[in-house]
Design a protein around this ligand. Structure first.
Ligand code: SF4
Length: 181
């Protein structure tokens, strides 16, 4: 196991894999789904569309990187209606993501964290009245970048579906340019 993967597992994630950024495709259809506002966060956060920038601006940000890390928190559910289990796993994923984000920032000060769901760093997002309070900690969701999460998992050797009675939350960190780390 390499140091980055170990660092992710130490932060609490159940799975982690190196991410080859050349496998990332940003799909307009995935991004357009944000506008349907099924999550209720469209136009409510600096981390989500439209405030997170156009798809072409997101593409410019992503293409600065060649290497990264993809991470997953996997939880067990009693049944498909186990909302408590889902919430608990989502909270754990958020904690894991913040822990690893802080740690990675030491070695990769210019990294780009890309999260799962709208940024929840602050109790109430500062958008649109004031600038983002924690731009280094704020993470735009993978879907808002137009990323097809299951495709990125598959192309980088990570399971997307962990079987009946499980739920998985996926995020990634784009770390470095130029060389594959
Ligand atoms: S860090 Fe705070 S202000 Fe910035 S996007 Fe997240 S919730 Fe909003």
């Amino acid at each position: 196991m390499d140091d980055l993967t170990k660092m992710a597992l130490d932060a609490g994630f159940e799975a982690a894999q190196k991410l080859d950024c050349s496998t990332i495709v940003l799909y307009p259809d995935v991004r357009a789904a944000c506008e349907l506002n099924r999550c209720g966060r469209y136009g409510k956060s600096w981390s989500c569309p439209p405030a997170c920038g156009s798809l072409s601006e997101c593409e410019d940000r992503v293409r600065k990187y060649s290497s990264g890390l993809i991470v997953q928190t996997v939880g067990k559910l009693e049944d498909e209606f186990d909302s408590e289990g889902m919430t608990e796993t989502a909270r754990k994923h958020e904690r894991n993501f913040r822990t690893l984000s802080k740690r990675l920032r030491v070695d990769f000060p210019d990294m780009l964290p890309i999260g799962t769901g709208s940024c929840s760093y602050c109790d109430r997002c500062a958008w649109p009245d004031a600038p983002c309070r924690n731009p280094r900690e704020a993470a735009t969701p993978m879907e808002a970048f137009g990323m097809m999460v299951h495709e990125i998992c598959r192309l980088n050797g990570m399971e997307y579906y962990h079987g009946k009675g499980t739920i998985a939350f996926t995020g990634c960190f784009l770390l470095a340019a130029g060389i594959l780390i």
